[in-house]
Design a binder for this molecule. Structure first.
Ligand code: FES
Ligand code: FES
Length: 155
């Protein structure tokens, strides 16, 4: 492992890390920056627990290296500004154990940022990579629809 100074922009702030450039950002976020809202599930791009945004698009933190994220804007659940989505999550009591929920919210927020009123198929497609062992899928879908409706009502 070669340590190198790396600069990462996370939630609007710039951080200089002394880290291996090949380290997945999941570990940089959790272990170096202490942003533990982003979760480790499978470590192989299969569960979505580690989802963050890079320049607004959802990526898997376990598969994205520090060097791939350098110079781009990383957003984690701690920095997510999606008040209507969060309110809808609360309204529908979406989380059960909660473990997958940061990743679910990041994927849902990215969907709503590109698609104001997604169809059922678009929701299924955007959320298909986020696994929930507690089976909260129906409530996740309901919350996404509520958030989309609320945004539309105020537009
Ligand atoms: S921990 Fe990254 S996709 Fe599962
Ligand atoms: S709420 Fe438990 S894994 Fe999704």
């Amino acid at each position: 492992m070669t340590q190198q100074k790396q600069t990462l922009e996370v939630n609007g702030k710039s951080f200089t890390l002394d880290a291996d450039p090949n380290m997945p950002i999941l570990w940089a976020l959790r272990d170096i920056l202490g942003l533990t809202g982003t979760k480790y599930g499978c470590g192989a791009g299969l569960c979505g627990a580690c989802t963050v945004h890079i320049d607004g698009s959802p990526v898997r933190g376990c598969l994205t290296s520090i060097k791939q994220a350098a110079g781009k804007s990383v957003t984690t659940i701690e920095g997510l500004e999606a008040e209507k989505l969060k309110a809808a999550w609360e309204k529908h009591n979406v989380p059960q154990c909660g473990y997958c929920q940061a990743g679910q919210l990041m994927s849902a927020a990215a969907l709503l940022n590109t698609t104001a009123k997604p169809s059922e198929a678009q929701i299924d497609d955007a959320m298909s990579g986020n696994i929930c062992r507690c089976g909260t899928y129906p409530r996740i879908k309901a919350a996404i629809n509520t958030a989309a409706d609320n945004r539309k009502a105020e537009a």
